[in-house]
Design a protein around this ligand. Structure first.
Ligand SMILES: O=C(O)c1ccc(O)c(O)c1
Ligand SMILES: [Mg+2]
Length: 620
């Protein structure tokens, strides 16, 4: 099906919108009338711009308040619509979207509306044009697509068809089954939008909270299966009313839209699936995490790793890169002046610049990445060096993909055998990334498009200076667990990270251990210090969990936090932030599946106390 988007979905002036839409790979657009009205250029210019860009204008929309008008208002509606037919002919589109009437003046009655459309059909066919009728969920008399279809059916004119919009169908919870009974050639256009579940009047919900398919919680796949069953072969057009989206970088946003349509085809239950796309990759291991470090920070980071029980196990043959290991965890400290890491530090300062993930089938992974327009990363390699397939991830950092047992990434390290494993930490438990609030859906879509991961319900965490939204993405067996955090408040820890890091990136990494008390006492003996937790916290968890007094005492003495779910216990502890940037967490899970969300506010308050004071803007 031809992939389309309504111009209302994208920010900018009409010409910019069209260029962005074409660049993201769309082949058709719906021109939203208001975008044209406020554009300083003629319809013929827009038509030629679209044809130069390879875009077909699949519809002009919307025409409002047409059906069921009494007397003079009816005459006026027909006169208005003839003007729009003129415009359509100049634009070179043959389809007008008429949405159901919201006017108080309009009269109900299926046959009255059908008569109006039959007459309109005559006028449209005289000009070789077509009209599609769309039921708005808040239409005065017609708000259900089944009624719109009954009107179209009774109008019984080949120039009159129905337009289906997933939002207007699914948000009011209309069953999709009746779509299957509509002949595909009577559906003139299918519009797609998802939305989060909200308890809001449907008009505000539609105008401000629509998002791309897959980003919300409407049953878009069921809707599409019903559409497929009709034999419809026309355009699939994204129609996303969302002011926050429009305010974003339009280029990335348009790509997110294209991605959502590509992913919609990635469904075994639908016929026209591109087989290469079908498998999302299972990440079996986080193989390494690379820190791009300013040379002046490198020694301090190495000291911190040492305190946490990591040992220097390898040095790069030719570059300033060290490998620190423990359990299955490998941390790289890269302060080399001629590498990707260097450019990362120029932009962000010290921080994580790359993550190496183990994946069974790397070529399939890279195909899929290409299909969703993820940016492949290539860098010049020295003689004898191997390229590792990689793509750009959050904040311009890299995701490297490694086949099981692949030593490509490791080959240039001279091993240091003498340093044996301290055995305190086992593996990476989770990686948390902070990002702009507006980017969150986009990265969520990116990760869920590439990897076999599930989304847990989004959490809201109270930071002393605002709210942080937190989204967990994790694979079935926990081999990959990502936590995405974002905040709209400027002074939360998450937002401060963004401003200090100059963009999105890894804010913290958690490691698992078998015995957190043993591990942290060894770490303390080696010089490690941890985030201070107030006594009040321990009184509170005692009241909530009725803990063994000796255990509680030991947690309190060691600044270890606690949580419990249906399955088991959870212990966690945090390091101080390194150079006021990223920090580490150590966790012990006894069957527990969560991330200690009830403790996040305690941790944020403690970090806020410790963070460097920042000058707050003051009103004079
Ligand atoms: O919100 C609206 O008015 C509106 C207009 C046209 C559409 O196709 C639609 O779904 C909603
Ligand atoms: Mg619509």
């Amino acid at each position: 099906m031809i992939r389309s988007i309504a111009t209302v979905s994208i920010g900018g002036a009409l010409d910019e919108k069209l260029r962005t839409i074409a660049a993201a790979g769309f082949r058709a657009v719906e021109i939203f009338e208001n975008d044209f009205t406020c554009y300083d250029g003629s319809a013929r210019e827009v038509a030629s711009m679209c044809s130069d860009l390879g875009l077909k204008i699949c519809a002009l929309q919307p025409f409002r308040d047409f059906e069921g008008m009494p007397g003079n208002l009816r005459t006026q509606a027909f006169r208005r619509i003839e003007k729009k037919f003129d415009l359509m002919q100049e634009l070179g589109t043959d389809l007008l979207l008429v949405c159901s009437n919201v006017s108080h003046a309009s009269l109900g009655g299926i046959d009255r509306a059908a008569d109006d459309f039959r007459e309109l059909g005559e006028r449209a066919s005289a000009r070789n044009l077509r009209v599609g009728f769309e039921a708005l969920a808040w239409g005065r008399h017609v708000n259900d697509y089944r009624d719109a279809w009954e009107i179209v059916r009774r109008a019984d004119h080949r120039s009159i068809g129905i337009i289906l919009d997933s939002f207007h169908t699914l948000a009011p919870s209309f069953p999709v089954a009746a779509i299957r009974a509509i002949p595909g050639n009577r559906i003139f256009l299918v519009q797609l939008a998802d939305a989060p579940q909200l308890d809001l009047d449907v008009l505000s919900w539609s105008r401000h909270f629509r998002c791309f398919p897959g980003q919300g919680s409407l049953a878009i796949r069921e809707f599409m299966q019903a559409v497929d069953a009709t034999g419809y072969k026309g355009p699939l057009s994204l129609e996303i009313f969302n002011d926050q989206f429009r305010a974003q970088s339009t280029k990335d946003f348009a790509v997110d839209g294209m991605r959502s349509l590509v992913l919609l085809d990635d469904d075994e239950t639908r016929a026209q699936v591109a087989p290469a796309l079908r498998t999302r990759s299972v990440v079996t291991e986080v193989v390494f995490i690379e820190f791009a470090i300013e040379p002046s920070h490198a020694a301090a980071l190495a000291t911190l790793f040492g305190e946490l029980g990591f040992r220097l196990t390898g040095r790069h043959r030719s570059k300033a890169v060290e490998r620190w290991s423990q359990g299955s965890v490998n941390l790289l400290i890269n302060s080399s002046p001629d590498s990707f890491a260097k450019s990362h530090t120029v932009t962000h300062g010290s921080g994580v610049c790359a993550i190496g993930l183990e994946i069974a089938d790397v070529p399939t992974m890279m195909n899929r990445a290409e299909a969703i327009q993820a940016a492949a990363f290539r860098q010049p390699v020295g003689p004898g060096e191997l390229t590792i397939p990689a793509i750009r991830g959050v904040g311009g950092s890299l995701l490297y993909f490694l086949a099981p047992g692949s030593s490509n990434w490791n080959i240039d390290f001279l091993p240091i055998e003498s340093n044996s494993d301290t055995g305190m930490l086992r593996r990476v438990d989770h990686i948390s990334q902070s990002m702009r609030f507006e980017e969150m859906l986009s990265w969520e879509q990116f990760y869920t498009a590439l990897f076999e991961v599930d989304r847990s319900p989004q959490l809201e965490i109270a930071d002393p200076l605002g709210l942080v939204k937190s989204q967990v993405l994790q694979s079935k067996d926990g081999s990959l667990r990502l936590v995405l955090n974002a905040s709209t408040a400027s002074q939360t820890m998450s937002s401060r990270f963004l401003s200090e890091f100059f963009g999105a990136g890894v804010q913290h990494i958690a490691f698992t251990c078998d015995d957190i008390f043993k591990a942290t006492s060894a770490m303390r003996a080696a010089g490690a210090t941890f985030l201070k937790i107030p006594d009040n916290y321990y009184d509170d968890i005692d009241s909530r969990f009725d803990l063994d007094p000796a255990l509680l005492k030991s947690m309190k003495e060691n600044a270890i936090l606690y949580d419990r779910d249906d399955v088991g216990d959870f212990f966690q502890i945090y390091t101080h932030a390194f150079e006021d940037r990223f920090f580490f967490e150590i966790v012990q899970r006894r069957g527990y599946k969560g991330f200690g969300a009830p403790n996040a506010g305690i941790r944020l308050a403690a970090q806020t106390r410790e963070a460097k004071p920042r000058s707050m803007p003051r009103l004079s």
